[in-house]
Design a protein around this ligand. Structure first.
Ligand code: ADP
Ligand code: MG
Length: 453
């Protein structure tokens, strides 16, 4: 649980080149931090001077972001530093026994729970606002301006790769920028558990609890992984209630609504959405283009508008995949020495994240939907108003619209309706149900898999 230096290094790694990071920070360690006097262990005296001249400012800033008070930094040659690797992901394994006793004494400065867990690469500036996320972003801005107030708790949900972690981390980073004294902690729920279990096993349950209660803002990611371990869920519930009562900001993300997570206590589930539930949706074509354009600008690369549109049109899964395809194409274009559009035009790119590349007929869609719901295609086209048939018909309409982009008149013909306004009504219904009904999302994904799989 010696997280502070790990977080500091992770932060620094984001700010300097990989080469500089590994040259200067490989093998560093935090030796002590008492009353603002920070001592950092380095490999040899050459490093003392270089780190002092070049990096003491960013080290200071990173320590302060992690709530370590800094008045003075000294660098010391430390034999233990040569043995360890300072790569952030590996620091957990560092043997810190020589300074353990010291840590206990200086708990107030080196309290691991006071490290923020935030990654500075996630900002609001590089989070592109579009029709898929504008409500959530406006709530986020409100929270940043006034933490613990109107949107508390802030519950953010949506499928994988749609920007949940990015947005909540950005909120944390912005709050910290405006209130450097705030105690903010970001943790995936799975780490909350493992840390809680560690604490209990080491007889430190009470300290664990107290440390969380001191926070001004708690950010819990991927809440869907909450498990049915009564004790830890109860602990989380208690911490939640205490922070809530003190008007401390609580932020929770999940891939679905709490009521749709089987293992979650009903009272906790309802409390999490007291202030509403905000969702991140799949980006539309224009949103995808805007995200790609912004990524190109941020990384200073040239890419033709037509190439951007090609990627946007063909990646229909999520933003993570969109970024992945974008990077692959840029890399290939660099390696081959041709522009992204030339690459696409000469057929070297085939994006596998698209329904459009795998043509499907309207009839196939209706058949698969019918089969999925144990009905016949005839039932779907029957105009019956029995609820399960009506639901299946609406799902079919939805898929005909999303997958084939058919007009509402054409969709009406395909599902045996006379009136295209019934189709419009059905499409709107599914669109709005999808916001709250995670089971429906799963069903639609499964049907799509049966269509394309
Ligand atoms: P989730 O936590 O929902 O699975 P992430 O927050 O990890 O998704 O987002 C996946 C990737 O997409 C990240 O690299 C993130 O920076 C990027 N991303 C998501 N939404 C946006 C957005 N609106 N603008 C820019 N980048 C985004
Ligand atoms: Mg995430």
């Amino acid at each position: 649980m010696y997280d502070v230096w790990k977080n500091v290094l992770a932060e620094i790694e984001q700010q300097i080149s990989a080469a500089n990071f590994s040259t200067w920070f490989q093998g560093t360690s935090l030796l002590s931090a008492e009353n603002g006097n920070i001592s950092i262990g380095v490999k040899n005296s050459f490093f003392v001077k270089q780190l002092n001249n070049r990096y003491s400012d960013i080290i200071k800033a990173a320590l302060e972001h992690n709530n370590v008070q800094v008045t003075n930094i000294t660098f010391e040659v430390s034999s233990s530093s040569t043995k360890i690797t300072s790569h952030p992901r590996e620091v957990r394994h560092v043997d810190i026994s020589p300074i353990k006793s010291h840590i206990t004494k200086t708990k107030s400065n080196l309290d691991p729970y006071r490290s923020t867990g935030l990654n500075q690469k996630y900002t609001l500036d590089n989070f592109i606002v579009g029709s898929n996320n504008d409500l959530a972003v406006s709530a986020a801005r409100n929270i940043i301006a006034s933490p613990g107030d109107r949107y508390n708790p802030f519950f953010l949900y949506g499928g994988p790769g749609l920007g949940k972690t990015h947005l909540v981390q950005a909120i944390g980073n912005e709050i910290l920028r405006l209130h450097p004294d705030f105690k903010i902690f970001y943790t995936p729920i799975s780490h909350f558990y493992s840390d809680f279990i560690d604490a209990i096993q080491n007889g430190k349950g009470k300290e664990f609890n107290l440390k969380f209660r001191k926070l001004d803002c708690l950010i819990v990611d991927d809440f869907q992984f909450i498990v049915n371990k009564e004790k830890s869920q109860e602990e989380f519930f208690n911490i939640f209630n205490d922070l809530y009562q003190l008007n401390k900001q609580i932020i929770v993300t999940s891939d679905r609504l709490p009521s749709q997570i089987k293992t979650v206590d009903e009272r906790l589930a309802s409390r999490l959405t007291w202030a509403g539930a905000f969702d991140l949706q799949l980006p539309k074509f224009e949103d995808k283009c805007a995200i790609l354009r912004a990524k190109a600008e941020l990384s200073g690369v040239d890419i033709e508008q037509e190439a951007i549109e090609y990627i946007a049109e063909n990646v229909n899964t999520n933003i993570r995949d969109l970024e992945g395809e974008f990077s692959t194409i840029l890399l290939m274009s660099e390696v081959r020495g041709i522009t992204p559009l030339e690459l696409i035009k000469n057929g070297s790119v085939s994006i596998n994240k698209s329904s459009k590349l795998r043509p499907v007929s309207a009839k196939q869609i209706v058949d698969k939907v019918a089969k999925y719901y144990n009905l016949s295609s005839k039932d779907i086209r029957s105009r019956s108003r029995v609820s399960n048939i009506k639901n299946a018909r609406q799902v079919a309409m939805f898929l005909l619209s999303k997958e084939l982009n058919l007009s509402t008149t054409k969709i009406a013909t395909e599902v045996g309706l006379q009136n295209h306004t019934t189709v419009m009504h059905g499409l709107r219904k599914i669109d709005s149900d999808l916001k709250l009904d995670y089971a429906l999302r799963d069903q639609i994904e499964e049907i799509k898999e049966s269509i394309y799989g």
